[in-house]
Design a protein around this ligand. Structure first.
Ligand code: PMP
Length: 373
């Protein structure tokens, strides 16, 4: 008898996230040092929580218009007008997290068989979302220093390439694009006629230099960002997309027939969140970055993160990943093998969004592991 629940090829082509596995392992440990998952360690601000509760009590619990409430869209449009100048033909659409924005833009812009260029190492979702829409993710190499070289991206363009994904500051490396690099990518987008998708979800976590977006230098660029990381609300599913009006109007329809709208009361709370000053968190995370980078650089080859809250150290010379991971897990330390977000298996990702006490313990354990392998 044929299997009534025979899986689609789409699902069969997708591997479960290698990162999630460690998150689940962490849940089964009594007191793990969990540096595996990508979310800020702070909670939503009290006044933002209060705004969410107020919105619920006031009955803002119905569907919103699919593109999001005007108050939130207007606040975000003002932000982008301040950064990018004339944005009159552009639009902000509120999405179900940046994940929702990625899904909608891939659905809107990729046909089966098309190619999309993503960095290697990459944020895991890019590859699998491409597969979901029948497209093929092709990587451009950013090893060994994790900087994006537009010439290397260009070398990967074929007649099937439709989109180029950039992510600065980056998950999993923490490296941020310089102005020169952003300009070079913008030039590539203009010359090739291939649009950029700039995932700027970590834009508020920059340590030293200001955040740069390729959208400053080209209009062939969609910007995705959201509240999950900087407002400490990944479970609230609030993101947004800044795109040309002609495109986002088509995406409204896609959202209407899929996510419908982002959570209504939480959109109201996000308006409050946008007005909040997050610089204290930025300073706190910069200190955490220093703690892990300074603590590990002698025993591990590390590229210093300039933003986000990840570092992607190289495994000690000749180390076997499985043995390295086992040695960490034995000491209750969870990090992610580089192979979960790369074609290579030479690094590991750690998130420094944790208490300083846990980070210090993690540094000690990693240094011990490096000598014991
Ligand atoms: N982009 C990047 C680079 C991320 O690291 C994440 C979350 N880990 C997302 C997008 C998705 O975030 P969300 O859907 O919560 O907005």
């Amino acid at each position: 008898m044929p299997d009534p629940f025979k899986l689609s090829q789409r699902v069969l082509d997708i591997r479960p996230s290698g990162i999630r596995k460690f998150f689940e392992l962490g849940l089964s440990m009594p007191d793990p040092i969990d540096l595996s998952i990508g979310q800020a360690h702070f909670d939503v601000e009290e006044e933002v929580k209060a705004a969410a509760i107020d919105a619920i009590k006031q009955g803002r619990n119905r569907y919103t218009v699919t593109q999001g409430i005007p108050a939130l869209r207007e606040a975000l449009m003002a932000r982008y007008a301040g950064r990018f100048g004339d944005v009159s033909d552009w639009d902000v659409m509120v999405t179900s997290g940046v994940s929702g924005g990625l899904m909608l833009s891939f659905l809107a812009l990729l046909n089966p068989g098309d190619e999309i260029l993503i960095p290697d190492p990459y944020f895991v979702m890019y590859r699998h979302l491409a597969t979901m829409v029948g497209a093929k993710a092709v990587t451009y190499d950013i090893y060994p220093d994790f900087r994006v070289d537009a010439a290397k991206v260009k070398a990967k363009i074929t007649e099937r390439t439709r989109l180029i994904v950039v992510n600065s500051p980056s998950n999993p490396t923490g490296v941020a694009m310089s102005e020169a690099e952003a300009r070079a990518l913008a030039r590539l987008a203009d010359e090739s006629g291939i649009a950029l998708i700039s995932d700027e979800i970590y834009e508020d976590f920059m340590y030293g230099t200001p955040h740069v977006s390729p959208r400053q230098f080209t209009s062939n660029c969609i910007v995705l960002s959201g509240a999950s990381k900087s407002m400490g609300m990944p479970g609230w599913r609030i993101g947004w997309m800044f795109a040309p009006k002609s495109l986002s109007e088509r995406m409204y329809t896609l959202q209407q027939f899929s996510f419908v709208c982002a959570p209504a009361p939480l959109q109201w709370a996000a308006v409050k969140g946008l007005a909040h000053d997050f610089s204290a968190h930025r300073a706190e995370y910069e200190a955490k970055r220093n703690l892990v980078y300074d603590g590990l650089r002698e025993r591990y080859r590390c590229v210093k993160p300039e933003g986000a809250f990840y570092m992607f150290p190289y495994l000690p010379e000749g180390a076997d990943t499985a043995r390295f991971m086992d040695a960490c897990i034995k000491q209750q330390l969870l990090v992610v093998p580089g192979s979960a977000c790369s074609d290579r298996d030479t690094n590991f990702r750690l998130s420094f969004a944790a208490t300083n006490e846990k980070l210090k313990r993690a540094v000690d354990i990693l240094n011990q592991v490096a000598t014991g392998l």
